[in-house]
Design a protein around this ligand. Sequence first.
Ligand code: ATP
Length: 361
Amino acid sequence: MAYLTLKDINKIYPNGFHAVHDFNLEIEKGEFIVFVGPSGCGKSTTLRMIAGLEDISKGDFLINGKRANEMGPREREIAMVFQSYALYPQMTVYDNLAFGLTLQGVDEDVIDEKVKKTAKILGLTDYLDRLPRALSGGQRQRVAVGRAIIRKVGIFLMDEPLSNLDAKQRVTMRSEITQIHRETGATTIYVTHDQTEAMTMADRIVVMKAGYVQQVGTPYELYFKPVNVFVAGFIGEPPMNFQRGTVKDGAICFGNNKLDLSKKLSAEQLAAYEGKGIVFGFRPESIVLGAQPDSYQLTSDVELTEMLGDNTNVYITSGDDKAILKVDPHDTPEVDSTITFSIPYANVYLFDGETEMVIDC
Ligand code: ATP
């Protein structure tokens, strides 16, 4: 039996806006689940329904097999970290950490031990006497996380907890949260719009768009087996290149290049798609410069290059069509030159032009 079950969960706000549609998910004990998707797709709404901060309009939410729709937030034994740290400004770090336990009437010695242990895990030992205003953003965020993990809870919910931090702090806190999850084993649901956070932290990711779940899977599954154009374009940086076209004589065109789809599709599939729209997708990093066997070979003009250190992004054009390639910085081509590159057949994704769902090939 799953630890948390979301069954056909819907949220319709009082103004009639349908923010979440038939959300289904089973979460195992100890899993780290990330909800990811663009702004407004319903991630926070779903999290808040799990937390008990928002009514569930339709559907069932179960904790350990028991219906929890009507349970209050406390009864659900949930700890939550928000985007705003919500620390008590007049209390020291020590008191901020201790506050929840003090309210519960926990013994002072026990509180002291827990505060010190939590501070150690989060590298806050030297800051226990400080007020929040005397801390950096990253340190404040640690206190907020500490306040949540100090209580032994089964479910740990985080809503964009790193969005107020700079890029470097985000990377550090990312690995710290993963580490804390490993140590506490708490079932965690983490909301972000950042696909890198999702990919690096999650056991499983739920990709949402406009209130609908698009795909649930491990980072590996989402990257290599996206179910539709949206997921394929959302996971990966730079995103997957898409070439939209109409199938003509079993091929579509990328600029001056004609791509023979019989390398990917069966005769029946080709016949079915003749005259119809198709989306040809390939990831910037899945190409090889030069001509290679078992690949689509294309020529294109180099419009711009961006040297990033570990790789170079190469912006190419062919006719009106554009794409980005990721190459070894030592192989960075000249701007305005014409290059040949290969996309191994195995690295090409085809999607139905109308439904945008992946074509099994
Ligand atoms: P973000 O990343 O911007 O926080 P999100 O994916 O978490 O976005 P939600 O906050 O869940 O999105 O909002 C989902 C949709 O519901 C949005 O279109 C939002 O405008 C709408 N919404 C949120 N709260 C309410 C409300 N109280 N009444 C009506 N609509 C709401």
